[in-house]
Design a protein around this ligand. Structure first.
Ligand code: F6P
Length: 479
């Protein structure tokens, strides 16, 4: 097998499989910045993407092509190889569902209801072992698949231990780790057990370069290093010295992929959805949101803000409809299932309180339909993005890019995207339902000229760092 010069590692890969007719495997190329970013370098350099098999069909595909010749299956990823790891199910559950999604995600997004959770006990210790094994499986695949001096781009909190595992065995590798989430401040990170805090931070510091989506998250990481590892941070260069090496941090604020989004949003299925939705809502103004049903996205407070708008400003009843498209996510984590129910409950309450024979105040869909979401972006008068905390939030960037007639962005100050979009969005404190209701009203009442002008500036900021230069900047940081 040829060894790759550039390798990416992430839990979720660039492609997913499903069973087709007979023994055929159908595939779907994933979206997201990393896929477009890496696809663009893949044609000129030998590249490999290492990811986990996430379904039985993925596992079947991995078994057919253990060396990562999945690209030969016919999908176009610009020539890169994809190596899907068949992680034993129990190990995967411990690593992905328990440690990564039920613990690290909650810590970095500050989501715990602390009287009950977290609780670090013997069961957690055993899950942590699974997390280590999962990181070790990725490291093995990267070690085997990499050429001398290869560049390795490790993605996200799932794989925080990988950089150190690689460094210990292959000092020739040039390693970057990129965090797509926020990073918890030390005051919150300290709730993790001391040895686990250390293992996570030291794991990451195995890299040469650590990338973040916002200066806020990079600084929080450096403060954690100062607090828990007692190492010196150079705050001018934003580097940290550890194990005789200097590790650099960098901020790479991923932007929207305007070209491919616009192309996709012009397709016939999106047009059909646009017509269907318009027929359903008539000429009401549209407040749109599109999220995973994800606790950090703060969907419930968003719905409550919309309810407060209708209660406090009855003149808007009958004239505005809220389209809330929430696609299912992480259904194996109990908190996510409960949250989805809560979202549905509040939506039903709003409907009961305000709906009339010829007006729906709210259309909530908990179901994934990309074409429908794109249609909603195009039609939105107001786009509501109010996460409690978010690494970046690409909806805030993609929505304005696709808006047909200029939308107003109501945006949480706690999303990484607020760094670049804050001036032209209407910023809100995500916990403040009344402020969010007021922001929705301001947005709905904004004169059309101002709406369009602001939206134009949002598009400029949102597309400043497209996926290809974003990924190239990570690689350049390793030169
Ligand atoms: O952006 C952070 C992230 O965890 C990605 O790593 C991930 O692909 C995405 O959110 C969605 O989460 P999941 O892969 O668990 O569905």
């Amino acid at each position: 097998m040829d060894k790759a010069q550039i390798l990416v590692a992430s839990n979720r890969g660039p492609v997913s499989f499903s069973f087709g007719e007979g023994d055929a495997l159908d595939y779907r190329r994933g979206g997201g910045g990393l896929v477009s970013g890496l696809s663009s370098v893949a044609s000129s350099t030998d590249t490999m993407w290492v990811c986990a098999a996430l379904s039985d069909a993925d596992r079947a595909a991995a078994a057919r092509s253990p060396e990562g010749r999945l690209d030969a299956a016919g999908f176009d990823l610009g020539g890169m190889r994809v190596r899907m790891l068949d992680i034993p199910p129990d190990t995967f559950t411990d690593a992905y569902t328990r440690v990564a999604n039920s613990t690290l995600w909650f810590v970095h997004h500050m989501l715990y209801d602390t009287p009950n959770k977290p609780r670090f006990d013997a069961a957690f210790r055993s899950q942590w072992e699974g997390f280590r094994s999962y990181n070790a499986a990725f490291s093995e695949a990267l070690l085997t698949g990499s050429a001398d001096n290869a560049r390795v781009a490790v993605q996200d909190y799932h794989l925080a231990l990988v950089p150190r595992m690689l460094r210990q065995r292959r000092p020739d590798l040039r390693i970057t780790h990129f965090s797509h989430t926020p990073w918890a401040p030390p005051e919150y990170f300290r709730m993790l057990p001391a040895d686990i805090r250390r293992e996570l931070l030291e794991g990451m510091l195995g890299a040469d370069h650590l990338g973040f989506l916002s200066r806020r998250w990079a600084d929080a990481f450096l403060r954690c290093c100062e607090t828990f590892l007692r190492v010196e941070v150079d705050w001018t260069r934003r580097t940290v010295e550890f194990g005789g090496r200097v590790i650099r941090t960098g901020v790479h604020a991923l932007g929207a992929d305007a070209e491919s989004l616009r192309e996709r949003a012009a397709a016939a299925d999106v047009e059909q959805w646009r017509a269907r939705l318009r027929e359903r809502v008539g000429d009401a103004e549209l407040v749109v949101r599109v999220d995973r049903t994800e606790l950090s996205k703060n969907i419930v407070r968003g719905l409550e803000a919309f309810r407060e708008l209708l209660r406090e400003h009855p003149e808007w009843r009958g004239r505005v409809t809220h389209l809330a498209f929430a696609y299912p996510s992480r259904g194996d984590v109990p908190e996510y299932r409960d949250y989805t129910e809560q979202v549905q409950r509040v939506a039903a309450e709003i409907d009961r309180e305000f709906a009339t024979a010829d007006w729906s105040p709210l259309i909530l869909e908990v179901q994934d339909d990309f074409a429908r979401s794109l249609a909603a972006y195009r039609m939105a008068d107001v786009l509501l993005v109010n996460p409690i905390r978010d690494g970046m939030n690409l909806v805030a960037k993609e929505g304005p890019v696709l808006s047909d007639d200029g939308c107003v962005l109501v945006l949480s100050s706690e999303a990484g995207a607020a760094d670049e979009l804050g001036e032209d969005a209407v910023l809100v404190n995500p916990y403040d339902v009344s402020e969010t209701a007021q922001a929705l009203r301001t947005a709905l009442e904004m004169p059309a000229d101002e709406r369009r002008a602001r939206c134009g500036r949002l598009v400029d900021s949102a597309t400043a760092l497209a996926p290809t230069p974003w990924f190239e900047a990570q690689l350049r940081a390793l030169k």
